[in-house]
Design a protein. Structure first.
Length: 103
């Protein structure tokens, strides 16, 4: 399993706007991609901004490629998301999931 991780920043006012965009536009798109497993949004207040971390799980890199294209490390950020983010990483990181624990 592959975990794709990306970070961004938003103002406290725009963090909920980004969450809504993610839930109403990005998540439905992800669900339609073969090999998509799950996605999460995590956040924490850091000074005057909110750090946002999006992680998604995929069966393999071929599944990620269906979503992100051949340049896997490039971000996929819609104009609507760019409009509410203060900044965001230009590249994502991919990790191979090697262990996990569930309740």
């Amino acid at each position: 399993m592959i975990v794709r991780v990306w970070k961004a920043r938003a103002t406290p006012q725009n963090a909920p706007v980004y969450r809504e965009h993610l839930e109403t536009h990005v998540f439905p798109t992800l669900r339609s991609v073969r090999g998509f497993v799950s996605a999460d949004l995590m956040q924490r207040r850091e000074g005057d901004e909110v750090e946002l971390v999006v992680s998604s799980r995929w069966t393999d890199l071929d599944a990620v490629r269906q979503f992100a294209g051949d340049a896997l490390e490039n971000t996929v950020v819609a104009p609507a998301a760019k409009a509410v983010l203060s900044s965001f990483d230009a590249l994502v990181a991919h990790y191979e999931l090697t262990a996990e624990c569930h309740a």
